[in-house]
Design a protein around this ligand. Structure first.
Ligand SMILES: [Zn+2]
Length: 302
């Protein structure tokens, strides 16, 4: 008899992503900051993203930088550094317009312009897209189709959860093929299910505001129980204690934006060391082998 060998499982590689936008471009401040004023505000995205690149270099982590076309045209050297250091440069749209505020033609223009700016500045092909504020949902049935038509291979633009600003709660939790017959796959941001509830666990404000122990538990659960990669995201302004403060924004927006910014970098470092991380395009390549064919079967009366 042949002795049974112990089963050795390869460590799952999780997707580490940064949504490259400045402190004044976030959804939380859209009612108090006019985009016409963006060019007059103190730019912080360059210095913050360079800090993140330093951190990734130090820890040997490769990441995906979903970047606004608006940022790419103003900071071409930053785009070149992202590509030169082995990271993936991907699209976050032109100027952070949420997809459900556009029509199909406007969306096609938005992602086309952003991609051209990113490819011109970075000198590398762009195959990945993340919608601003995870704004692909039941209101935008044309969005994935247009991404596929424009040659994108993956999107990470759906939050399969109910949230006050976004969410498509009936969407699958893991990679799916939203358009029948197209190669494009959608890789939703991470959620965790426990005790009959589904909770956001993929980064951003949740990671920053809640204790690390929650994210640690949720991420291990996704890796070990679901046996799927974590899709993690955050923003350069989330490590920036020196960003200008918007005192006239609603209290809820300010709480969400500024809480625990001073502890964010240490928390990120801990997470980067505890789990295995890589670029979203390599996660997409692995996930493409496991996708479920769903089509856009889910419609709600929202
Ligand atoms: Zn964003």
């Amino acid at each position: 008899m042949v002795a049974e060998l112990p089963l050795v499982k390869a460590r799952l590689v999780n997707g580490f992503s940064v949504d490259v936008e400045d402190w004044f471009q976030v959804g939380a401040f859209e009612k108090v900051i006019d985009p016409a004023d963006w060019d007059n505000l103190a730019c912080r995205v360059d210095v913050n993203t360079n800090r993140l690149l330093d951190m990734c270099g130090e820890l040997g982590v490769k990441a995906t930088f979903f970047t606004l076309g608006w940022v790419a045209t103003r900071h071409p050297a930053l785009m070149r550094r992202i590509v030169a250091e082995g990271h993936e440069l991907a699209s976050h749209g032109w100027a952070h317009a949420r997809v459900f505020t556009l029509d199909a033609a406007g969306f096609a223009r938005d992602i086309g312009d952003a991609r051209k700016a990113l490819e011109d500045a970075g000198g590398a092909r762009v195959i990945g897209y993340r919608a601003p504020s995870f704004s692909i949902d039941t209101r935008t049935p044309w969005a994935h189709e247009i991404l596929g038509e424009q040659g994108y291979l993956y999107s990470s633009s759906v939050a399969p959860i109910a949230h006050d600003h976004y969410g498509w709660r009936e969407a699958p939790r893991f990679a799916f093929r939203p358009v029948a017959g197209a190669d494009l796959i959608e890789i939703p941001v991470t959620t965790v299910e426990a005790m009959g509830r589904r909770m956001a666990a993929g980064g951003g404000g949740f990671f920053r505001v809640l204790p690390y122990a929650f994210s640690q538990w949720a991420m291990h659960r996704v890796n070990r129980q679901d046996e799927r990669p974590i899709i993690f995201y955050f923003h350069p302004w989330e490590i920036d204690t020196k960003q200008p403060r918007i005192s006239h924004a609603p209290l809820k927006s300010r709480l969400r934006h500024y809480t625990n910014i001073d502890g964010m970098e240490a928390k990120l470092r801990r997470m980067l060391k505890e789990f295995a991380w890589g670029r979203m395009d390599s996660v997409a390549a692995t996930e493409a082998l496991r996708v479920v064919e769903t089509g856009r079967v889910v419609e709600t009366g929202r």
